[in-house]
Design a protein around this ligand. Sequence first.
Ligand code: SF4
Ligand code: SF4
Length: 85
Amino acid sequence: MERFISPLEASVAGDKSQMAVIKIDYKLCTGCKACYDECPLDVFGWNEEEDKPIILYPSECWYCGACEIDCPTKAVDVSQSIAQW
Ligand code: SF4
Ligand code: SF4
């Protein structure tokens, strides 16, 4: 499955210098919902149709690492935008 980009993700992508880069490898994702449940902020949304996570508000990410650590298949990768360096 190709990466699903929500319209909301595009709409919040105004200041890319402050944006976390959050990637979900949908080939590895089993839809377990751990990332969605564990993120303390509203970074993840849920695509009910596909039963997979989507990235809604990447600018809210504070790099706690919970989504990466809790993903059982290592499908999530979080990094800072290169524009911040
Ligand atoms: S690193 Fe933390 S704040 Fe950022 S998306 Fe993952 S769980 Fe949410
Ligand atoms: S924690 Fe990993 S496997 Fe589970 S829904 Fe999120 S990306 Fe998919």
